[in-house]
Ligand binder design. Structure first.
Ligand code: PMP
Length: 405
């Protein structure tokens, strides 16, 4: 690995290097990260030069494209230390990955009265698919509550697990607080009860090294676009025995080995879950993103981003009414200012060219537990600088002055 150099890292992002965009202060990477040139090149190259599709046609271009497409699957498997390339399913993103597990893995196994435990810290993507499934099967969603630090309270788990528990749904890292629960303990407790675990890795995969084997998660989902890859592409990792035991969810071309007018025989995993022509450019782009990330010192990069969040938090602490929801060490800084509505502040920050997000961040139960109607969230990435911190702090002060008049 080359030592981490944020100036060098920043240079990879055309959005930060165009004259017109010199003033861009992008603090919304937890919603979607900017795209590095290597990923842009991989996707453009497909549309410009490939002239083919994958897993279908026999011409030369189609064959070499299929190889590149499957090589990207291997790159992603290596990136999260999956034991087998077949354990990687392409999806549209975290949301689709979790819906796939809900409908394909759990639905056929769920009886009326069965229970799904969902942590109260979840993004709606790891809550609503379980609510929908519970309604379809007359099952129950049981809340794993938050502890005093607004993390899922793992110590409450043993009392919730029982013979009717069919799954635990939990995130690796909150997209609001940046908090990371003790997943190892949660997963060990669930497995001792014979309960599989669905981990939402949408944020966690970005901010640390993920080893799905060490984690021992049964299912792990993430999106390309938060990991510097394209939108519309994501991953579901599943343990081989789980994936192989699952029926397809979407039917269509290339997910079967044989069909007649009455029945079809599904392909092996992962292809049985990938009906229809896939997002080829997305796959190639994500492959190039993880390959590029693998050449960086990601621990140093994360330390750098977290330091920026720390600096912003310290500077904003001097603002009357400032309250931080940030877990220490995180590069996400969610905060509010007592007595001032977050939408008023965000509108004025936008005027100053400071890009961040305000609201519930698709995590309404957590936001309500924090006792607020919403928060502002500045999410720092390794392409941000101390200047971005200063623009955020100045922008907040500017907004408060205007709103006080
Ligand atoms: N989970 C978490 C923790 C997230 O932050 C997000 C994206 N905001 C998602 C799930 C959903 O990801 P996507 O919209 O890419 O499917």
């Amino acid at each position: 690995n080359t030592p981490f150099d944020f100036t060098e890292f920043r240079r990879h992002f055309p959005a930060l290097n165009q004259d017109a965009a010199q003033t861009l202060c992008y603090l919304d990477s937890a919603a979607t990260a900017l795209t590095p040139q290597t990923v842009i090149d991989a996707t453009v190259n497909y549309y410009q030069n490939a002239g083919a599709t994958v897993h279908r046609s026999q011409h030369k271009a189609a064959q070499s494209l299929t190889l590149a497409y499957e090589q990207a699957r291997q790159q992603v498997a290596d990136f999260i230390h999956a034991p087998r390339v077949e354990d990687i399913v392409w999806t549209r993103g975290t949301t689709e990955s979790i819906n796939l597990v809900a409908q394909s893995y759990l639905r056929p196994r769920l009886q009326p009265g069965d229970e799904i435990i969902v942590s109260q810290a979840e993004h709606h993507a790891n809550l609503v698919p379980w609510l929908m499934l519970a309604a379809q099967c007359q099952a129950k969603v049981v809340t794993l509550p938050l502890n005093a630090d607004f993390l899922p309270d793992i110590s409450a788990l043993p009392a919730l697990l029982n013979s009717r528990t069919r799954l635990l749904a939990i995130g690796q890292m909150s997209n609001v607080t940046g908090g990371q629960p003790d997943l190892a303990t949660a997963i060990a407790l669930c497995h001792a009860n014979g309960t599989p675990v669905m981990v939402d890795g949408a944020q966690g995969v970005v901010h640390g090294e993920t080893d799905v084997q060490a984690l021992d998660a049964d299912f792990y989902a993430f999106s390309g676009h938060k990991l510097y890859g394209p939108t519309g592409i994501g991953v579901l990792y599943g343990k081989s025995e789980r994936l192989e035991s699952m029926q397809p969810w979407h039917g269509g071309g290339k997910m079967l080995t044989h069909t007649d007018m009455q029945r079809f025989t599904p392909q092996q995993a992962p292809h049985r879950f990938e009906a229809g022509t896939p997002n080829i450019a997305g796959v190639l782009g994500l492959g190039s993103a993880v390959q590029w990330l693998s050449t960086l010192d990601r621990i140093a990069a994360e330390r750098y981003s977290a330091q920026l969040a720390d600096n912003a938090e310290k500077a904003l602490s001097a603002v009357p009414g400032f309250r931080s929801f940030r877990r220490s060490g995180s590069s996400l800084l969610a905060f509010d200012i007592a007595g001032v509505h977050h939408s008023d502040i965000i509108a004025l920050l936008a005027e100053k060219g400071v890009a961040l997000r305000a609201g519930q961040h698709c995590a309404q139960p957590l936001t309500e537990a924090l006792g607020v109607s919403g928060s502002l969230r500045a999410s720092f990435a390794p392409y941000n600088t101390q200047q971005d911190v200063e623009r955020l702090v100045d922008g907040v002060r500017f907004a408060l002055e205007l709103l006080a008049d």
